[in-house]
Design a protein. Structure first.
Length: 306
């Protein structure tokens, strides 16, 4: 009995009940879809900066996006995406603006929507003059030459300086422009040149060339060895004597030559000419030659009396 009553309650005038339910759903959708709500979207920011010839540069880092609070029907807001909103274009071509204001009415929204708030609403701007300055190139060396060889002198660069362009505060403090290190690993005697990339400059600074030619000279390893108070031999006159009679000698040679040298092999001498008169004196250079060595004698000449 109860089951029959319940069935009749559900099935009686079924079509009318279904139609009423459909109308109720449509009415609910219309009422709630037309209700206004708020939501936030991110809008891209595009800045139009001054041309290069104006020599002005913006030092402020602009936000790539701003947050906009949008009001409108819920159904429209649900379908709104950041890509649906065109970017905000900031015209900064004057190069002197100290503050830019982003008002809600600047936001290009689809019909039926309204921008109520922008974050940030204002951006303070800092500008600087652009300058150009030549900066010396610094060449670094890595690695070790082959045994018995060393890097001679300082490496050189061609061009020796690069031209830096950028904000005055950044360019004036540049001491040098670095390039990739020159690898001298395993090199023997000779001159070597390579094209090396210039390191990335500081932010907002540019260099006029991406690379320079660096040159390194590799020579034999040389060591110094001093010999003090070495007697001077006078040749060409039996009775001639030198004043001073002793000199200091400094040799610069490959390591293996220095290790093999003995003091008795160091024989500085002066040569008296055969045509000299029977008695006299003269200032004569001290002569000393050692194979593969550079010789420095102090003093370089002596007075010879005969």
């Amino acid at each position: 009995m109860d089951f029959v009553w319940l069935r009749n309650l559900v099935t009686e005038n079924l079509n009318l009940k279904l139609l009423s339910l459909a109308f109720a759903l449509v009415l609910y959708s219309l009422v709630h879809g037309s209700q206004e709500e708020q939501r936030s979207v991110l809008v891209n920011v595009v800045a139009i900066t001054p041309p290069d010839e104006s020599n002005r540069v913006l030092m402020t880092q602009l936000p790539p996006q701003i947050r906009v609070t949008v009001r409108g029907p819920k159904s429209t807001l649900d379908d709104l995406h950041s890509d649906d909103v065109a970017p905000i274009h900031l015209d900064l071509r004057g190069g002197n603006e100290t503050r830019v204001t982003i008002a809600p009415e600047m936001i290009p929204l689809p019909p039926g929507l309204k921008a109520e708030q922008v974050d940030p609403p204002e951006i303070d701007l800092v500008w600087e003059d652009t300058i150009v300055r030549d900066v010396p190139v610094e060449v670094g060396v890595v690695g070790t030459p082959a045994a018995g060889f060393v890097v001679k002198n300082a490496p050189t660069a061609d061009p020796p300086a690069v031209r830096a362009r950028g904000p005055k505060s950044a360019v004036v403090v540049l001491q040098h422009a670095r390039i990739d290190a020159f690898d001298v690993g395993g090199l023997t005697e000779g001159k070597y040149s390579r094209q090396l990339a210039v390191d990335r400059p500081p932010p907002r600074v540019s260099f006029d060339v991406p690379s320079v030619s660096a040159t390194v000279e590799i020579g034999r390893e040389m060591v110094e060895r001093p010999f003090t108070k070495v007697p001077v031999a006078v040749i060409g006159h039996a009775n001639a004597k030198a004043q001073p009679s002793e000199v200091d000698v400094r040799l610069t040679c490959p390591p293996e030559i220095v290790r093999a040298l003995r003091p008795e092999q160091i024989l500085p001498r002066v040569q008296v000419g055969a045509a000299m008169s029977e008695h006299g004196s003269d200032a004569l250079p001290v002569q000393l030659t050692i194979d593969q060595c550079t010789v420095q004698v102090t003093p370089p000449s002596v007075i010879v009396r005969w």
